[in-house]
Design a protein around this ligand. Structure first.
Ligand SMILES: Cc1cc2nc3c(=O)[nH]c(=O)nc-3n(C[C@H](O)[C@H](O)[C@H](O)COP(=O)(O)O)c2cc1C
Length: 332
């Protein structure tokens, strides 16, 4: 059964959210994941200091044209007033939800503690949460880790603080800051967070299959899930998980034709969004992820990564899939 997930006034179409990933969850990827079934896609983080927003990178991050509602924009920083200002400005640009990043393991953003490093300073966390919530009249959400190290898993404390401050939903990645991305995510602390607050809680970390999604939801009692790396090169993971949660049955994995179509459209969107030069570069890592499932793709990837124009990238993908289809026919 599918839990109903709400964030403030918004009832999400379903409880599966694309986790924010800087350098990955750009507008083309967010749109694609929504199309493939995700109920919400959080933007890549925007640095709170608006003096830095004139750069091309920031401008593309601030672009949400054509995205389905609600549009959630993540802000990152360590200064309450600056974060409040960033929240206000993003709301004016069309954000409908502001998400505060306390989950990123990067040490500093703009020379100040930010991301999960903030979790060590609970007084500052309280100030940030209260200031940002007061600054805007749209829902503010919080994304955090379970704590700053395994001896200090203070996510439940911060979750209660967040609820008191008026935060509308919380996402917890089941690792501490000190864990970085090592080891496996744990879900006991997420269950504790869920038991500590009345606002919606979303579980995150290492959810890469429908079965794991089911297990994490059951174990934590969470209202929904955030999926990050599991969607890289596999945006259809959202519909697969949804189908499994709804029916208990597995959806067939997409056929080669569909994968090719999804990938080609994704490349076109990247080329269009970033322009050819940058789009071609960004396309390389996505292609690498899509083709991970195919054993002999390493050599292809090497050749693909040397291509420096959009048309050739598309041709090369077309040839690659034509060959795969032939191999499939031969093996059948
Ligand atoms: C490349 C990459 C970029 C990320 N960028 C952000 C970010 O901008 N903001 C954030 O809160 N978390 C960020 N994260 C963390 C993810 O949102 C997520 O919490 C983490 O990857 C665990 O979930 P997963 O196992 O489903 O990937 C990033 C993760 C990756 C792999």
């Amino acid at each position: 059964m599918l839990p109903t997930a709400k964030i403030g006034p918004y009832t999400l179409p379903n409880p599966l959210i694309v986790a924010p990933m800087a350098g990955v969850t750009d507008r083309p990827f967010r749109l694609l994941c929504r199309k493939m079934g995700a109920g919400l896609a959080v933007s890549e983080m925007v640095i709170a200091d608006s003096k830095l927003w004139h750069t091309r990178k920031s401008q593309t991050r601030l672009n949400h044209q054509g995205e389905p509602e609600p549009r959630s924009v993540q802000i990152a920083g360590g200064d309450p007033a600056m974060l409040a200002d960033a929240a206000r400005q993003n709301a004016a640009f069309g954000a409908q939800i502001i998400d505060i990043n306390m989950g990123c393991p990067a040490k500093k953003v703009c020379n100040k503690a930010a991301g999960s490093a903030l979790m060590k300073d609970e007084a500052l966390v309280r100030e940030i949460l209260e200031t940002v919530v007061k600054a805007v009249d749209i829902p503010v959400t919080l994304k955090m880790r379970t704590g700053w190290d395994r001896e200090h898993r203070n996510a439940p404390v911060i979750a209660r603080m967040a609820e008191d401050a008026g935060i509308q939903a919380i996402a917890v990645h089941g690792r501490t800051r000190a864990d970085k991305y090592n080891g496996e995510a744990e879900y006991d602390t997420i269950a504790e967070v869920k038991a500590s607050v009345g606002i919606p809680v979303f579980a995150n970390g290492d959810i890469t299959s429908p079965e794991k999604a089911r297990r994490v939801l059951t174990h934590t009692g969470a209202d929904g899930l955030l999926i990050g790396r599991g969607a890289q090169g596999r945006p259809w993971i959202f519909r697969e998980i949804l189908h499994y949660l709804e029916t208990g049955k597995h959806l067939a994995t997409p056929a080669l034709d569909e994968v090719e179509q999804i990938l080609t459209e994704h490349l076109s969107a990247l080329h269009g969004f970033y322009g050819e030069k940058m789009g071609v570069r960004i396309a390389r890592k996505h292609v690498g992820w899509y083709l991970q499932a195919h054993d002999e793709s390493k050599q292809f990837r090497k050749r693909f990564n040397a291509i420096d124009n959009a048309m050739e990238q598309q041709d090369s993908i077309e040839h690659y899939f034509a060959r795969l289809r032939k191999e499939e026919e031969f093996a059948a």
